[in-house]
Design a protein around this ligand. Structure first.
Ligand code: ZN
Ligand code: ZN
Length: 415
């Protein structure tokens, strides 16, 4: 099952939820995009603490367009829009979650994702949060709470907590200044923290440099602020034939993620350190501290790789690391060199969804639909074998593909 467990809502009930996110990211917009174009099996809506989002979800359940599952989560089964017109076809498991910002003493500002089993629990979490934030309608608000309290609350109610984009200087636990989750969590609370989210600028190989992360499953999610970005990172989970919240929670807890599909971390927004004053971008060894090594002024924005190298140096891993599923540096379809809007339309018309193109369609069928050159770019992009020359992302700007390096001979025939 392919799951993206971190998608934001831009608007609900005619009001903004995530200010910086697209107004097209409505609850029904997320369902339609996830089912129809992306072909995901599960999607996590991380603003399900927001009353207008809850009202829309409850209305969909009331109208029978979405079903509450006995094991938690909601199922969309193919009837989204009122009237008898064409409907986004397919099945989708909707998971409820909330992203919360917390000031952790000794660490900094941190984002946590709280996953909630069902609508009544999400209502309860919304009430809990309302007493600790200024405006509970909005996404990722600073809450007067702590990771410890959140994890214990979630554990009691059958949910779980995941530190979001854990390495980013911008509100990731380890990126913001933390060195170990035990700084903020007791063992009792950590029982409800089964995973960390790696974020776009990191991958499993980088995270594996830190022995403190061995107990945690790695999740790769999109943190989508627009419909297009849904699924740009996703996870393959091993689940039974009737997926529900309980199944996902167990799979995450037991590490039954069979593959992580994520961007090349150099394409993320915070891969290397960056000086907004002079434009210095880190490279090679770690750049640390707040002072720019090039111009000497302060205000350096940290890099994820820089931070991981520092933490890895302090931790000095010895001994075996935990076995991890494959991490595939997959290029989202719309970013594969040569795939423009026309080719994308042709691919979706021929094969249905982006996930089908990225995971299931044989190379020979791709070739028949879009020709040999594009088909080989797609197969290289989906299997992580594209040799890309990348200018790494830094300071909040995505990395850029400078040019497609010549693919090593023969690599284009493997998928
Ligand atoms: Zn966040
Ligand atoms: Zn987010």
């Amino acid at each position: 099952m392919l799951a993206d467990l971190h998608v934001h809502v831009g608007r609900a009930g005619g009001r903004p939820v995530k200010i910086a996110a697209s107004a097209r990211l409505t609850v029904t917009g997320i369902i339609a995009e996830s089912v129809e174009r992306k072909g995901l099996d599960a999607v996590g809506i991380v603003d399900a603490h927001s009353p207008p989002v809850l009202e829309e979800l409850e209305a969909l359940v009331g109208e029978g367009r979405v079903t509450s599952l006995p094991g938690g989560g909601l199922r969309y089964g193919g009837q989204l829009l009122p009237g008898g017109g064409p409907q986004p076809a397919g099945q989708l498991l909707l998971l409820l979650a909330a992203e919360v910002e917390v000031a952790e003493p000794g660490v900094g500002l941190v984002h946590y994702l709280g996953y909630l089993p069902d609508l009544p629990t999400a209502r309860g979490f919304s009430r809990f949060l309302a007493s600790r934030v200024t405006n509970v309608t909005l996404s990722s608000q600073r809450a007067r709470t702590a990771g410890e309290e959140l994890a214990l609350w979630l554990g009691r109610e059958g949910g779980f907590l995941v530190p979001a984009h854990v390495f980013t200087p911008h509100k990731g636990f380890l990126g913001a200044g933390g060195t170990d989750l035990r700084q903020a969590f007791t063992d009792k609370a950590l029982a409800s923290v089964p995973a960390v989210e790696l974020g776009l600028s990191a991958d499993a190989a980088m995270a594996d440099l830190l022995p403190g992360l061995d107990p945690f499953t790695y999740l790769t999610n999109s943190d989508a602020h627009s419909p297009e970005a849904i699924g740009r990172e996703h996870n393959a989970l091993e689940l039974g034939p009737e997926p529900d919240f309980a199944g996902v929670a167990t799979a995450v807890r037991e590490g039954r993620v069979t593959a992580n599909f994520g961007l090349d971390p150099r394409l993320g927004k915070y891969h290397r350190a960056f000086c907004p004053r002079c434009g210095f971008t880190g490279g090679g060894q770690a750049t640390t501290g707040r002072e720019c090594p090039a111009c000497g002024r302060s205000g350096l924005v940290g890099g994820v790789l820089d931070r991981v190298l520092v933490l890895a140096g302090e931790a000095a891993r010895s001994g075996a690391r935990r076995g991890r599923p494959p991490y595939v540096h997959q290029i989202p379809l719309r970013h594969v060199p040569g795939v423009g809007p026309v080719a994308l339309r042709r691919l979706l018309a021929a094969f249905g969804t982006e996930m089908a193109v990225l995971h299931r369609v044989p190379a020979s069928d791709l070739e028949a639909a879009v020709g040999e050159r594009l088909a080989s770019a797609i197969t290289a992009g989906r299997s992580g074998t594209a040799a890309l020359d990348i200018a790494p992302g830094a300071g909040g700007r995505y990395g850029r593909v400078r040019a497609e390096a010549r693919a090593p001979q023969g690599s284009e025939t493997t998928t």
